[in-house]
Ligand binder design. Structure first.
Ligand SMILES: *[C@@H]1O[C@H](CO)[C@@H](O)[C@H](O)[C@H]1NC(C)=O
Ligand SMILES: *[C@@H]1O[C@H](CO)[C@@H](O)[C@H](O)[C@H]1NC(C)=O
Ligand SMILES: *[C@@H]1O[C@H](CO)[C@@H](O)[C@H](O)[C@H]1NC(C)=O
Ligand SMILES: *[C@@H]1O[C@H](CO)[C@@H](O)[C@H](O)[C@H]1NC(C)=O
Ligand SMILES: *[C@@H]1O[C@H](CO)[C@@H](O)[C@H](O)[C@H]1NC(C)=O
Ligand SMILES: *[C@@H]1O[C@H](CO)[C@@H](O)[C@H](O)[C@H]1NC(C)=O
Ligand SMILES: *[C@@H]1O[C@H](CO)[C@@H](O)[C@H](O)[C@H]1NC(C)=O
Length: 672
């Protein structure tokens, strides 16, 4: 749950490239219009205000069906007819007033990601917001053609470029882009404002803020004196308290910013050398382990600024953000309008991830058509507080007819926009109690992690081994997260079905008993001391035994454990068989992006991309299942032992401070 990125754009720390705009003092001095610095919470107020007057909606909302439209393109015409496309359509409106978009369209890795990884199902319609739409889309097409030519020409047939500017389209698309105005990272026109006594008007240019990994965001509306510090590859005492003005090149962006931080500069602006685009200032490798405390951004070189500095004329700089329409919207496989979430850095990967999720969601819809006995538990119920969401349901009488139990769960938000969603990622657990006097009452049946501020998540989780927990025909189910979390709206259905049989020579087995093993706890030096070996007897007539565990690690100690460190979990059977689960992708920069195809919610308003220990934001926690029949001795009572232990780097954890914790449910499941 570390590092939520609140969508409040920092006033102070990015630079971008833009067509220079000269604005009168009066216009530039209206902070009410341009200051997006209010906290996240105040945006929630804006949303609830809007929905309270929702009887006259101002435009389509996410989930509404997209109407037909057609637009002229460089190759003829693009026509959207509901139901006619085989897959999703993504609409992107470019503006060169955004340093973020300039970088996204100039960066080779960004262009390559679209050409190589745009899902085959997906088409993209490219537009421009500006007067320069014709030259913009010609340039955009050329950028992609150049990269696609020797990589994947096929993709070009799915990319459409319209030379008609958004303001002249005359269809519903502008309404969505302006009405879904986005204030997150990647949206808004981020600008640097330069003032100097000799000038009649300030010079306002686009800026692109440096990446979040290594800079702590700070909002600071102050104006700083600009001090030229060359290429910034060495510390420079002259920048103390000032905003350091550096050229790109000769050393890494990280080195520049670190040198200026050491020199006590208040902020950094790096300018692109003439003819170069604005770049995504980011750290590489180990650099990313160092967090720097000053804002930094990239801009184009502005001649008047350079001249003023050369002549010793003081120049002052402040950062501002001006609202923009949304640059992205989607239409999913079902023809519904969809938000595209947060683009955390300038890359087309975020389009690919959202499109992968559209594909996942369409496949899920198909899976949900397969025959099953469906028991509704929650239908858009608010889950909040210590109580969570609670329901009592009647189960099918003939439970023994089924051998598959799946949880069909979704987590959505109080409003239709992602902006109404809870901010943080929290663990959600589902507990079941059928026989209050039985051994299984209040056992965990499912676990999910909430997404940072996105309400699209829906997941199907196979929990068939836990069928024996349903030991009566009336069950009470409780789904909850931490009591201080903002509300989620949950839906949950139990799906009972008959498993798909591939091998008819093997007898069909059904779980008949579940034996709880261990639960987790604080991941400190005493973690493993609490786990004693358990004696296990295999009940008569057992044909198969399975180890079933749901394990997630959380918290942040001095080794980044448990959320971001690689931990291993062992179930040692009869002192001979080590059944091991290792969270290899914990802490990797893009670990959770690889799971979007499995339903991890993409483009969340936070650091969803990092790999986590056994989980991802906006995803179910998959149970870990291992057949251990051959590891057990079935001939005698209590003739087997099982013991669990959890290690960090092959040893007992030993954090110096703030130990993390493990949440674990683990069972042996007996089948006959
Ligand atoms: C975008 O703006 C930058 C700087 O203002 C300029 O160098 C570049 O040529 C522009 N790109 C397009 C496609 O107009
Ligand atoms: C698209 O399909 C081709 C051919 O089936 C396949 O090789 C390629 O990996 C697919 N691309 C993506 C992004 O799925
Ligand atoms: C990079 O280093 C070279 C050699 O020291 C220097 O001449 C040049 O001015 C530097 N570049 C910039 C942009 O400062
Ligand atoms: C930066 O500030 C710190 C704390 O005030 C001071 O100890 C240090 O000498 C300063 N460094 C420079 C290069 O001015
Ligand atoms: C049946 O199981 C096989 C193998 O597990 C799988 O490939 C197939 O898609 C399944 N069929 C259905 C209808 O679920
Ligand atoms: C099981 O794994 C642990 C940790 O790596 C190791 O110390 C132990 O010797 C292993 N036991 C067996 C029986 O392989
Ligand atoms: C099961 O345990 C009994 C008694 O300890 C032993 O005699 C027998 O060989 C064991 N069987 C297996 C398969 O390990």
């Amino acid at each position: 749950m570390l590092l939520l990125l609140c969508s409040k754009p920092s006033m102070l720390w990015l630079l971008a490239v833009v067509v220079t705009a000269r604005v009168s003092e009066a216009a530039a001095g209206k902070p009410k219009l341009i200051d997006y610095g209010s906290a996240c919470e105040s945006r929630d107020n804006a949303v609830s205000l809007r929905s309270s007057t929702a009887s006259t909606p101002d435009g389509p909302e996410p989930g509404d069906l997209a109407a037909a439209f057609s637009v002229p393109t460089l190759d003829g015409e693009f026509s959207y007819q509901p139901g006619a496309l085989q897959g999703p359509l993504i609409v992107h409106a470019f503006s060169n007033k955004s340093g973020f978009l300039e970088c996204m369209w100039s960066s080779e890795s960004s262009l390559i990601s679209l050409v190589e990884e745009l899902p085959n199902s997906t088409q993209v319609l490219f537009l421009s917001l500006d007067d320069s739409a014709v030259s913009d889309v010609l340039w955009m097409r050329e950028q992609l053609q150049r990269v696609a030519m020797h990589r994947n020409k096929e993709v070009l047939s799915r990319l459409h470029f319209s030379p008609v500017p958004v303001f002249a389209l005359g269809n519903w698309i502008p309404n969505v882009l302006y009405y879904w105005r986005c204030t997150g990272r990647g949206c808004v026109f981020s600008q640097a404002v330069f003032k100097s006594e000799g000038w009649k008007m300030p010079i306002i240019i686009k800026r692109l803020d440096a990446r979040y990994d290594w800079l702590s965001p700070r909002r600071d509306p102050r104006s700083y004196q600009l001090v030229d510090a060359g290429d910034g590859c060495e510390p420079s005492p002259s920048v103390t308290g000032a905003l350091a003005w550096l050229s790109e090149g000769n050393c890494s962006f990280f080195t520049k910013v670190q040198n200026m931080a050491k020199s006590n500069a208040s902020a950094v602006l790096v300018y692109a050398l003439p003819g170069n685009p604005i770049q995504d200032m980011n750290c590489v490798g180990d650099e990313c382990d160092t967090t720097l405390a000053i804002p930094a951004a990239m801009v184009h070189l502005e001649v008047s600024v350079a001249q003023a500095l050369e002549f010793g004329q003081p120049v002052y700089v402040s950062f501002q953000n001006t609202p923009s329409p949304n640059f992205f919207m989607g239409i999913d496989h079902q023809g519904a309008l969809a938000e595209m979430g947060w683009f955390i850095y300038p890359s087309f990967s975020f389009i690919n991830w959202q499109a992968q999720w559209f594909d996942f969601y369409a496949a899920l819809q198909t899976k949900l058509q397969s025959p099953a006995k469906v028991v509704p538990v929650f239908d858009k119920v608010q889950m909040q507080g210590a109580k969570g969401a609670v329901a009592t349901v009647d189960l099918p009488i003939a439970l023994s007819d089924f051998d598959v139990l799946e949880l069909d769960a979704s987590l959505s938000c109080p409003g239709r926009r992602d902006s109404s969603c809870a901010h943080w990622d929290h663990t959600v657990q589902l507990f079941v109690c059928c026989d209050p006097l039985g051994p299984y009452c209040n056992t965990e049946l499912g676990r999910w992690i909430t997404a940072f501020r996105r309400g699209i998540g829906r997941w199907l989780t196979d929990v068939s081994p836990l069928l024996p927990l349903l030991d009566s025909n009336k069950c009470s189910l409780t789904m909850k997260t931490v009591p201080w979390a903002m509300p989620w709206v949950v839906s949950l259905k139990l799906r009972f079905s008959v498993g798909n049989r591939t091998d008819y020579t093997v007898e069909k087995l059904r779980p008949f008993r579940v034996m709880p093993l261990y639960s987790g706890g604080t991941f400190d030096k005493n973690y493993n001391k609490r786990f004693r070996p358990t004696k296990v007897s295999v009940p008569a007539s057992t044909k198969k035994v399975e180890l079933y565990a749901v394990i997630t690690a959380h918290g942040y100690d001095d080794n980044r454990c448990g959320e971001f460190c690689v931990t291993s979990h062992y179930f040692l059977i009869n002192d001979a068989f080590n059944n091991t689960l290792t969270f290899d992708s914990a802490g990797t920069p893009l670990g959770c992006t690889l799971r979007v195809k499995e339903g991890a919610v993409p483009n969340e308003h936070g650091t969803w991309l990092y790999g986590r220990a056994g989980w991802c934001d906006g995803l179910q926690v998959d149970p870990w299942r291992t057949d251990i029949t051959k590891q057990l001795n079935t001939s005698e009572l209590e003739s087997n032992t099982v013991v669990y232990f959890g290690l960090f780097q092959g040893k007992d954890p030993n954090p110096a401070k703030d130990p993390g914790y493990i949440i674990m449910s683990s069972f042996l499941v007996f089948y006959k």
